[in-house]
Structures are given as C-alpha cells and as structure tokens.
Design a protein around this ligand. Structure first.
Ligand code: HEM
Ligand code: NAG
Length: 572
C-alpha cells in the first residue's frame, strides 16, 4: 500500500494532469468548430516557465522512438525559424495550435494579415503578456484604444526626419569607430558585442542627445557598473525576466542575490537619468530655449504643446489634467522612453549582427553596395553628409536591410481576438474565431513562401529588392528603384503594418544603412579561414553556421556569435 505521504504527492499531481487534459479537451472542441486544420500541443506556447526551459528539454523527447513528432517540431519558441514555410505548405494558409492554455491561430496569407492589421479594434495586442513593459510607466507598446491613440499621436511627432538626421550622423560616426577597431587587428570575433554597443550609442544620442565614443569590446570596461545610463539600461535589458516576475521595487530585498540588487540599482539609475533629462528639458522650455531633436526632447515638448493648446491658461499641468488634455504625464513619458529603448535596441543590434555576418559571406554583395556608396558619396566624407540628400539614394544598401530582416526577423507579432468572437476571411472562406484566440502572422513562412519569393526564397539575396528599368541611359544605378509590395497584400511584415506599424521603422533603416556606408565605403569583411580552408570554403562554413546557430532568446539572435570570426581590410 502507498504511504500517505506518497499519496499526498500523487493525488494533487494526478488532479493537475486531469485538469490540464480537461482544458485541452475543451479547447479542442472550440478549435474544431472553426473548421481549420488543428495540431494538438501539450503545453501553451506562451507559458513563461516552459519558454525558459523548452529548448533544453525537447532534445530528450526527440530521442524517444515514438510519438512526439508534433510536440518536438512545434512546441518551442522559435520553431517557425527552422520550419520556414513547410508547415503552411502542408496544412494550408491557416492552421491552429490547440493547447491547454489558449488556441493559437497561425496565418500565412498576405491579404488576411493586412486585414488583421487594418482592424486594429478587432485584433488587439494581448496586453497581459506585455506587463513588464510598464515598469517605468504606461506607454505606446502596452496601451490599447483611446489611451494608445493619445500615446501614438504624441510619440509620432518624435520619430521625424530631424530625428533621423541624428540617427544618420551618429550611426556613421559609430561605424567609423567599429572600423578603426576591426581594421587595426588581424581578426575580430566581437561582431555581436560591437553592434550592440553601436546600437546603444545611437539610441543614447538620438534618444537623449548624449554621445559616446565607440570602443571595441576588449577596450571597454568589464566592470558591471550600474551607475551610468548605458550600463543600467544594458543590465535592465539583459534581465527582463526577473524584472517582470518581481517588479522593479521588489528586487531590493536583503535576502535576494547581489546581482538582483544591482538590477534594482540599475532601474533606479535609469529612472533618475530620465528624470534629470526631463527636468532639464522643462527648464529649457520655460526659458524659451530651442530644444534638440532627440526623442526625449520632442516627447516633452510635444506633450506640453498639446496640453497647453487645450488647457485654460490657469490650469497648469497636474498629471490628470495633462492626461485629460491629451498630453502625456511624466510617468508616461518615462514609460515611452523605456519602450523605445526596449523595442529599438536589441532588434537593431541583432539585425546588424546578422547583416554583417551575412554580407561577409558575399563579396559580390559588398562590391555591389560599394559601387552605390561610391557613386553617392564620391570623395565626400559620409560623416558630414546630409541625411536628406543621401539616404534616399542608397537603394542597394536599403535592400541589404530588408533582405536581412526578411530572413532574420527579430520580433514576432502577436494579436488576440480579445473578449469577442471575430470573423476572419482567409482565401475564399470566412471563419469565426472564438474569443481569446491568439493570432500569429506566420512571418517566417510568409517571408519565405515560394509563391511570393520564387524558387530561391530561402537564399539571402538583396538584389531581389531592386528593380531596374532599362533605359537608353547607361547609368544603371539611377535607373534602379526599390521594390515595394502593395500594402493590401504585402508578404513582408517585419515592421508590422497598419495602425500599429513599428514607429521606429525608419529609425532602424537609417541606422543600418548608415552603418553599411561607414563600413563598406573603403573596406571589406571576410570570414577568417580555418587551417586547410580557402576563402570560399570559409564563406560556405560561415553561411551554414548562421543558419544553424540562429535561435530565439528574447529575440531572434545568433546563439554563439563569437564563432563568427571576421577580418576587416581596406579595399585597394
Ligand atoms: C530592425 C529593427 C526593428 C524591427 C524589425 C521592429 C519591428 C517591430 C514590430 C514587428 C512591431 C510590432 C509588434 C507587435 O505588433 O506585436 C514593432 C513595434 C514597435 N517598435 Fe519596432 N522594430 C525595430 C526597431 C525599432 C526601433 C529602432 C524603435 C524605436 C526607436 C522601435 C520602437 C517600436 C515601438 C515603440 C513599438 C510599439 C508600437 C505600438 O504598439 O504602437 N522599433 N516593432
Ligand atoms: C500533427 O501535425 C500534423 C501536421 O504536421 C497534423 O496533420 C496532425 O493532425 C497532428 N497530430 C496531432 C495529434 O495533432
């Protein structure tokens, strides 16, 4: 007979298993009614506990001889990167994951996805999944409906061409720093670290008006110092998970490990930093000084402008008044500044790391963009060039950006039907999605489906974005145009679309193009061959490495970027 203590353990466990099966059965019944192909998964794709261990546990199940095919193929974060369009090719434009938690609809149909983006009131963002982004205050990324509209209106004013000018010059300046570091030594394996530093520096300059000089990974201080804005933001971004689980104010308990106390210190430093910039800006406004064009400045000014134009002269700015009048409160300004950093830093840094590693495998592409850069700049120093004049001419460089985020899309888009069932047209048929269905535009399938991208859809081929209209003119560069899909059926959604399109889209494009200009005007990069390898073999090996090493942490990234070893040399 089982001992009572064993029973005390087994009974609740059995109860839990039964409960999970019961939830799964209920969801299965709801999902079957929709009428789309169904794949059963034992664990909810958004379960945070599972998300932190999935890739460590699944290999064990793969070795078992029977039965866990769908589980090991689909039930981990980032499955879609390896799968590309295969699942949709087999199951159609839409299919459903049924889990004990939620029902997840996967859609790979350009018209349907455009429709989802357009119906922003029907298909909202599941804000409960984004709680952590509220740590410094409500913001553009975490609000819905009227609140979101208020945030969007004000923040839209910040992402303007004046700000892009700052992004442009700082990106080129930082890229020159990278170049000095890389070309001064035989090889570098710090591409990912260096693009991360670069992206942080561009953000601090265009976000706060604070410039830092680029230093290579090995020159930078290794001390984990939480006392500067830069280090504190890095600590915060590296430690999102404890931050969400505990909240910033609970990290200071005496019994918590020292590293968490440092994280707490980092949140304090970051908040203090934002407060001081905010106060400075308000001072400048009262003294009638002209502001800079960085995001913080514009946010404070746009918020004040809205409030003042609506408010009676006597009603000076309390928080609720400000909110009521359509401006942002101080907390909301901090929330937005944080979300810009959060949404804009690693996305751009990882994309740059992928882009540089990929371009190292393609000397022909380096030559192709160098041709354009040289035609656009001639002898002129890009560091002092005009963004407005030069950026629109760099179509081939922009093609490298698009092609990189097509195959290595850093963020997935998540929508939900919310509290109500919603109709959705997919192809010729209309389906009714039950309330609380999660909707995932299958970006990885859409971005690689041969029906949109042809037979070489899985290859990294920037020239696919350029269409050339042959003219009698011999100037091929001038006759080239950048290819754009029609908005109503675009198979390219890396920056999302519709009302909630990424507001940092142009910011990140300008940054990436600026970096390409800085790096490839006079230099070339190549993978360093192993002994016995020639350059061509090294390129093939690097391309395979990128393919295999790509995985999902918080975002898509190279899991072992230090294995990318490049030489950077002046082109003669
Ligand atoms: C390669 C770079 C980038 C990519 C691929 C990218 C992609 C995206 C995508 C797909 C979304 C929508 C997410 C969803 O609906 O669930 C988004 C939203 C957002 N992005 Fe970006 N992003 C990039 C860079 C940036 C930068 C540089 C910034 C800011 C400086 C930024 C700020 C934001 C913000 C604030 C949102 C939320 C917008 C809203 O909810 O209205 N992003 N981004
Ligand atoms: C497993 O996935 C395939 C599609 O790849 C699907 O046809 C099948 O029904 C799934 N099996 C279960 C039990 O969900």
């Amino acid at each position: 007979m089982a001992s009572p203590s064993l029973l005390a353990f087994i009974l609740p466990f059995l109860g839990w298993v039964l409960y999970v099966l019961y939830c799964l059965a209920l969801n299965y019944k709801r999902a079957r009614k929709i009428g789309l192909p169904v794949v059963i998964l034992p664990i909810d794709c958004g379960n945070p506990l599972w998300m932190s261990i999935d890739t460590r546990i699944l290999p064990f199940f793969k070795r078992l001889p029977f039965g866990f095919r769908n589980f090991t193929r689909f039930n981990y974060r980032g499955w879609e990167i390896k799968d590309r369009y295969r699942a949709h090719q087999a199951l159609g434009d839409a299919f459903i994951f049924v889990t004990p938690g939620k029902i997840w609809l996967q859609v790979c149909n350009a018209e349907t996805i455009a429709d989802i983006f357009a119906r922003k009131g029907d298909f909202t963002r599941p804000t409960e999944m984004l709680e952590m982004l509220n740590v410094f205050g409500p913001n553009l990324g975490t609000t819905e409906g009227q609140q979101w509209q208020r945030h969007r209106k004000i923040t839209a004013a910040c992402f303007n061409e004046h700000n892009n000018e700052l992004v442009w010059s700082e990106s080129i300046l930082q890229a020159m720093g990278i170049l000095r570091s890389w070309s001064s030594k035989p090889s570098t394996n710090s591409v990912a670290d260096d693009t991360r530093t670069l992206s942080l520096h561009v953000m601090s300059s265009a976000g706060f008006g604070k410039s830092y000089e680029f230093r290579g990974a090995e020159e930078a201080s290794t001390a984990r110092d939480s006392s500067s804005y830069k280090e504190s933001l890095k600590l915060i971004l590296d430690n999102c998970i404890p931050l969400v689980l505990l909240g910033p104010n609970n990290l200071n308990k005496w019994w918590l490990p020292k590293s968490w106390k440092m994280l707490h210190q980092a949140t304090v430093t970051f908040r203090n930093y934002m407060t001081s910039v905010y106060e400075e800006e308000k001072q400048a406004i009262t003294h009638g000084k002209k502001g800079g064009n960085n995001l913080m400045t514009s946010l404070v000014r746009a918020s004040q402008a809205v409030t003042e134009s609506d408010a009676p002269a006597t009603g000076k700015g309390g928080a609720s008044l400000q909110q009521h009048q359509g401006g942002l409160t101080e907390q909301e300004i901090y929330g937005n500044i944080f979300v810009f950093n959060f949404a804009g830093h690693d996305t751009t840094a990882n994309t740059l790391a992928f882009g540089i590693a990929l371009i190292a495998t393609r000397p022909d592409v380096q030559h192709w963009i160098a041709e354009e850069i040289s035609a656009v700049f001639g002898d002129q120093n890009p560091e002092t060039s005009s963004y407005v004049e030069k950026f629109p001419l760099l179509k081939r460089c922009l093609a490298v950006v698009y092609e990189t985020v097509r195959l290595y899309t850093p963020v997935a888009i998540v929508k939900t039907t919310g509290p109500q069932p919603r109709p959705l047209k997919i192809g010729e048929d209309t389906y009714t999605l039950p309330s609380d269905t999660i909707i995932i535009p299958s970006y990885s399938a859409l971005h690689t489906h041969p029906r949109h991208w042809g037979a070489n859809s899985l290859e990294w081929e920037p020239s696919r974005w350029i269409t050339s209209t042959p003219t009698s003119n011999t100037d091929t560069l001038a006759s080239e145009t950048f290819f754009e899909f029609p908005k109503a059926a675009s198979p390219f959604v890396a920056w999302s679309g519709g009302a909630r399109v990424c507001p940092g889209r142009k910011f990140s494009q300008v940054e990436f193009v600026g970096v390409l200009v800085g790096l490839f005007r006079q230099h070339r990069v190549r993978p360093v061959p192993l002994s016995g390898e020639d350059n061509a073999a090294a390129r093939v090996r690097l391309r395979a490495l990128i393919e295999e090493d790509t995985g999902m942490k918080l975002l898509l990234q190279l899991m072992h970027p230090e294995q990318v070893i490049l030489a950077c040399e002046k082109h003669l």
